[in-house]
Design a protein around this ligand. Structure first.
Ligand SMILES: Cc1ncc(COP(=O)(O)O)c(C=O)c1O
Length: 315
């Protein structure tokens, strides 16, 4: 259950949590006209640090641009807002949720007189698919729902409306007793989970679907690619037939919420031996080492959140 914090950032001002309200006739409510982000701030040994803040801000700007939403804030302003918000709420670790939406005004589909509202909230959030799952892995299914198709809803935008498709995938998986569903794209190839990118490993090579397979350009996906490359593990972006999920040696999800979650079975067929494999473990170790500040931040992915303006914390 969501635990309220003190403040929410709205169009450049911090407002009380309970005041962050919109009208039921705001454009977003009827038409799903929002773009958003999900970012984690980790409690590292040297203070709190936001993971890949600028990359998330960039994706928010990209999502807004695709939908012709004129966002008034720059990449730096959005990053500064994240820091200001976390400090105001005095959280050491949290999940940050910026939302850009079309507000109250016209009621037709054409948003001619609807203001663009930018909100940013942060709150505590544990592991997405369950704490045990990071070690043991999750049991998933291939969804009967196809992922949003090219030239329908743009997959490169992280838009609220895309998550209607995600909800169908996730609810069906839950109804059938699975932790998550993996959707196939319009052509029948592996796309992604309802809220995660997918990786499979076969013969020592890491495979992940390309952006053309209707996947969100995940920041964690990019993180995994860079970590694997540095570990000397080959990564190939390629279309993946559904049955590759069944014969993979290892598989895992990546995402800000799911972090690096091993997949131990797909459609009740065990992935490899059904235990977290060596490559997944090696990637997990690097990932958590970096985000927790235990390993050098050699890619410059951590943005420190100073405790006070007089006490900058270096990470
Ligand atoms: C549909 C979908 N795919 C992939 C991801 C992973 O993206 P990221 O690693 O940027 O969180 C997410 C989460 O944001 C998602 O919702």
């Amino acid at each position: 259950m969501l635990k309220a914090t003190e403040k929410i950032w709205h169009n450049g001002q911090l407002i009380p949590w309970d005041d962050a309200k919109i009208h039921v006739l705001a454009h977003v409510v009827s038409y799903g006209s929002s773009v958003f982000e999900g970012i984690r701030c980790y409690d590292t040994e040297r203070g709190s640090a936001i993971f890949r803040a600028a990359d998330h801000a960039r994706r928010l700007l990209d999502s807004a641009k695709i939908y012709r939403m004129d966002l008034q804030y720059s990449l730096d302003q959005l990053t500064d807002a994240m820091i200001e918000l976390i400090r105001a709420n005095k959280l050491r670790s949290c999940y940050i949720r910026p939302i850009v939406l079309r507000g109250y005004g016209d009621v037709g589909v054409l948003p001619a007189n609807n203001p663009i509202e930018t909100y940013m909230a942060c709150y505590e959030w544990g592991s997405y698919l369950g704490e045990d799952c990071l070690g043991q892995g999750v049991d998933v299914c291939v969804s009967s729902w196809t992922r949003i198709a090219p030239n329908t809803l743009p997959a490169l935008a992280k838009a609220g409306a895309n998550y209607m498709n995600s909800q169908l995938i996730r609810m069906e998986a839950a109804a059938n007793g699975y932790a998550e569903g993996i959707a196939l794209d319009d052509a029948g190839y592996v796309s992604e989970g309802s809220g995660e990118n997918v990786f499979v490993i076969r013969n020592g090579k890491v495979l992940t679907p390309p952006l053309g397979a209707s996947v969100l350009p995940g920041i964690t996906r990019d993180t995994i690619v860079k970590i694997a490359e540095q570990l000397g593990i080959p990564v190939i972006e390629t279309i993946i037939p559904r049955e590759m999920l069944y014969i993979a040696d290892e598989a895992f999800f990546s995402g800000t919420a799911a972090e690096v979650t091993p997949i131990r079975s797909v459609d009740k067929i065990s992935v490899g031996k059904g235990v977290t494999g060596a490559i997944t473990k090696a990637i997990q170790k690097e990932f958590y080492g970096i985000v927790r500040g235990e390993k050098a931040d050699r890619f410059g992915w951590l943005t420190p959140v100073p405790v006070s303006s007089k006490q900058p914390v270096t990470v």
